[in-house]
Design a protein around this ligand. Structure first.
Ligand SMILES: Cc1cc2nc3c(=O)[nH]c(=O)nc-3n(C[C@H](O)[C@H](O)[C@H](O)COP(=O)(O)OP(=O)(O)OC[C@H]3O[C@@H](n4cnc5c(N)ncnc54)[C@H](O)[C@@H]3O)c2cc1C
Length: 478
């Protein structure tokens, strides 16, 4: 058999780094791909030459360096600046993976024979569709973090943060640490969610990050005007965002703003798993789709595992533990260790996972965004790539589209370069509400590769025969 690699790990965040390290230590020929220039993923990703960057604005800690060092010494093959844009299961049960290298090479390679895959592609910001949300100057938290890490943000800009969840407060700290003042933090956490979360509060109070989160919240409150119970949020232009309108304490208010950063939590990135054919289901407590996985991260496809936030959002400690657990399962499945050795080695990461998940139920309950912020109405743009509004989606359903995928065919939402990353969940929930069905029944877009945008040149550069594939793959990856 022409086995090029035993295992391909996709994503070099905490989950993927640990998974690749553990797999390589068990003598699995392991390759790790990430579309960023260096390891670390969303949280530990390296700062670039931005003027705002200070290490403490990153949110990581000293352990990141240790993770990356261990990975570098493990013998796994790292491939950065490499976007996995396709993956499929072949008839012989092996996996084939399409990888594009960005400029200057701008070419693609097909890894033809991979025995197992660990998807560690992390999470995406949950869609936050509000009126005016498509105006220039309205950013997601991910955009804002990229700006903070890479660019100079003019300190005279009037910045407003709006949304819910711990990352919003982390982002506020990151802005303040970078010396950029905030006009206000508009907290959209819906009234009463804390009460619903109360039964899980004791666990949360014992969660590893509880005290750190509390301190961070207090520090932000000392320096920023925080407005609670915000509803009716709107960005207003005309040409770009100039003010933010919202309802709070029984009145309508307007704040001037040059930048509005919206964030209401993160959800698993299910795109690659969907393209492969892994099954997913709706998690109503978290209002998102998650892959169906067993206690080892094993998906519904043999040989495909999901680790880290891609398996269910739980933060970097849980991601590391899940990466280790999945790699042990692969080592067992490919005959490097027996089931007993796997189980013994998994005791510590399982304990770490339990610790990391403590308090998660509280967070899930508190930060589940209000319906009005997940299921918009009227002219609010849902799909930015194809400029599709909430009303367009509703009209498509009224014309007979019976699920999210048919709505895509009717109005093109999800057909743009983001492949539904910014609108998929919103469309599902809109369809479910309009058809009075569950989000599982409404379904998600049926995704096809390329999972991420690639150029025609990259596609055309694919080697033309299996032999050439192997030669190119060996040459490029070793
Ligand atoms: C927008 C955002 C901001 C966050 N900010 C913070 C923060 O400030 N502090 C904090 O503690 N936590 C933060 N988190 C949470 C934290 O990043 C995660 O909990 C943790 O990093 C999860 O680790 P992971 O390994 O599962 O995924 P990640 O760390 O997200 O790593 C996934 C990696 O996969 C890569 N990838 C994805 N798809 C492909 C593909 N098709 N081909 C190649 N590579 C691919 C990504 O570029 C990324 O490097 C943030 C999360 C998000 C989504």
């Amino acid at each position: 058999m022409n086995i090029v690699y035993d295992l391909a790990v996709i994503g070099a965040g905490p989950a993927g780094l640990v998974a690749a390290t553990v797999a390589a230590r068990h003598a699995l020929a392991t390759v790790l791909f990430d579309d960023q220039a260096a390891p670390g993923g969303q949280i530990y990703g390296p700062p670039t030459a931005g003027q705002n960057v200070r290490p403490e604005t990153q949110g990581g800690d000293i352990r990141d360096a240790a993770l990356i060092d261990a990975f570098r010494q493990s013998g796994a093959t790292p491939v950065f600046d490499a976007t996995v844009w396709a993956a499929r299961r072949r008839e012989d049960g092996l996996y084939e993976i399409g990888v594009a290298y960005g400029a200057p090479e701008a070419r693609s390679v097909r890894i033809t024979s991979v025995r197992a895959v660990i998807i560690a592609t992390g999470a995406l910001g949950r869609p936050f569709p509000v009126p005016g949300g498509a105006l220039p100057g309205v950013l997601t938290a991910a955009d804002a973090q990229v700006l903070l890490k890479t660019t100079f943000i003019d300190r005279t800009r009037r910045v407003v943060l709006a949304g819910t969840g711990p990352l919003l407060w982390r982002l506020a700290s990151q802005f303040l640490d970078a010396g950029i003042g905030l006009e206000a933090l508009l907290d959209t956490t819906s009234r009463g969610r804390q009460w619903r979360a109360l039964p899980a509060a004791w666990d949360f109070a014992r969660a590893p990050n509880f005290l750190r989160g509390l301190a961070e919240g207090r520090a932000v409150r000392r320096r920023v005007q925080v407005i609670a119970n915000v509803t009716g949020l709107e960005a207003r232009g005309p040409g770009r965002v100039e003010e933010v309108q919202f309802v709070a304490a029984g009145g309508t208010h307007v704040l001037p703003a040059d930048l509005l950063v919206l964030h209401q939590g993160v959800v698993p990135d299910i795109n690659l798993g969907s393209v492969l054919g892994c099954a997913h289901r709706w998690n109503d407590a978290r209002a998102c789709f998650e892959p169906i996985v067993d206690e080892w991260g094993g998906s519904t496809l043999p040989g495909v595992f999901v680790a880290g936030d891609a398996a269910g959002v739980a933060g970097s400690d849980a991601a590391e533990a899940r990466g280790q657990i999945a790699a042990l399962a692969v080592a067992n499945a490919l005959g490097r260790i027996d089931a007993r050795a796997r189980d013994v080695a998994a005791v510590r990461p399982r304990a770490a996972l339990r610790r990391a998940l403590r308090g998660q139920a509280f967070l899930d309950a508190v930060q589940r965004p209000a319906d009005a912020f997940r299921i918009p109405r009227g002219d609010t743009v849902v799909c930015r790539c194809e400029v599709v509004t909430a009303q367009d989606v509703v009209d498509a359903v009224r014309l007979g589209a019976s699920g999210s995928n048919q709505v895509k065919a009717f109005v093109r939402c999800g057909m743009g370069p983001c492949q539904g990353r910014f609108c998929g969940l919103t469309v599902t929930e809109l369809v479910a509400q309009e058809c009075r069905m569950s989000p599982d029944a409404a379904g998600y877009f049926r995704l096809r590769w390329p999972v991420k945008p690639i150029t025609l040149g990259e596609l055309a550069s694919l080697p033309s025969s299996p032999e050439a594939d192997r030669a190119v793959a060996r040459g490029m990856l070793r």
